[in-house]
Design a protein around this ligand. Structure first.
Ligand SMILES: C[S@@+](CC[C@H](N)C(=O)[O-])C[C@H]1O[C@@H](n2cnc3c(N)ncnc32)[C@H](O)[C@@H]1O
Length: 301
């Protein structure tokens, strides 16, 4: 099997990461893919941390993949890892060497003065990942993700990274092998930044498209904001329309979302195969949001 020797995993911890659901998703892949272990074209329009992307790239033979997300900093990271893994590794090595020997208070100072403030100040041209500044920005983003509270990426309305310092004893700022494996596995991946509907899905190849949009909150109190753009009920409805349109083109489609009490998605995706699966989630900051919750896997096959 292709690439099985060098499996990769997400290089960032991302809200809504699918690592706990991978087994369930695997069981629910299109039967033809399960049988042949081959995917001609894999498309992930809301890629986030890419847990499923890396799982599939590591375990299946994928001829081509296309990923997209609306968050420009996230997409810049994918581009830099794909194109300049060695430069990125050098930067992360330096940060790790400086950070790890420090005591708690000094680490905290380093987090704000050497990582968070410079990250927020650094302006990059998102259209050209091949600059020193882009590589620097991505190194800072990865280091922040590994050392901040809860290890997440969150921006305020001005687009600034605003997560406070976290208390990890031995954070793995640089995972060299994983960066090299990720870079290698992304060789046949096209990377786009924009809203999901801007992706061009070819008509001549049967694609497997996995949608993992921002989840509809279980309660209004726990609203999660992933980027400058919120994803509200209207967006969920638009996405369902898009899903129905794409279904006509005979691609294999799978979509995840939360299983809300009001049966919102049962209505929206009526006629498709709606499966309930159980997942552990630890990212909501209110303790009620922790524990096992039900999620939906919606398929057109
Ligand atoms: C639930 S997360 C994806 C989690 C991911 N599959 C993983 O395993 O880590 C949803 C993603 O959708 C992105 N997003 C929000 N609105 C979007 C839009 N209109 N088009 C594309 N991506 C969008 C967010 O930036 C976020 O990364």
């Amino acid at each position: 099997m292709h690439n099985i020797m060098n499996p990769a995993k997400p290089f960032l911890k991302w809200a809504g990461g699918k690592r706990q659901l991978l087994n369930e998703i695997d069981k629910n892949l299109p039967p033809k893919i399960l049988k042949t272990k081959e995917i001609d074209l894999y498309i992930e329009p809301f890629v986030g941390g890419g847990a499923l992307l890396f799982y599939l790239l590591s375990n299946y033979s994928i001829k081509k993949s296309v990923i997209n997300d609306i968050n420009p900093d996230l997409i810049l990271s994918y581009n830099v890892i794909k194109l300049f893994p060695k430069d990125l590794i050098k930067k992360l090595e330096k940060i790790e060497k400086e950070f790890l020997p420090l005591e708690y208070e000094q680490r905290k100072k380093y987090f704000y003065n050497n990582l968070r403030i410079p990250y927020n100040k650094l302006e990059v041209d998102y259209t050209t990942p091949n600059t020193k500044t882009s590589i620097e920005k991505v190194a800072l983003l990865i280091a922040l993700n590994k050392t901040c509270f809860n290890g997440l990426f969150r921006q305020n309305s001005k687009g600034e990274f605003n997560v406070p310092f976290g208390r990890y004893i031995n954070p793995r700022i640089l995972d060299k092998d994983n960066i090299l494996n990720v870079s290698n596995l992304l060789k046949n991946t096209e990377i786009f930044c924009g809203s999901y509907e801007s992706i061009k899905i070819p008509k001549d190849t049967k694609a497997f498209v996995y949608f993992d949009p921002p989840y509809r909150p279980l309660t209004n109190a726990g609203f999660t904001k992933y980027s400058k753009e919120d994803f509200n009920d209207n967006d969920q409805k638009q996405l369902a329309k898009y899903f129905r349109e794409l279904d006509k083109a005979k691609h294999y489609l799978m979509l995840s979302n939360s299983d809300t009490k009001d049966k919102f998605f049962d209505e929206l995706y009526k006629g498709f195969n709606i499966q309930k699966v159980s997942a552990k989630r630890y990212i909501n900051s209110n303790s009620n949001g922790r524990g096992n919750i039900n999620e939906l896997l919606i398929k057109n096959y």
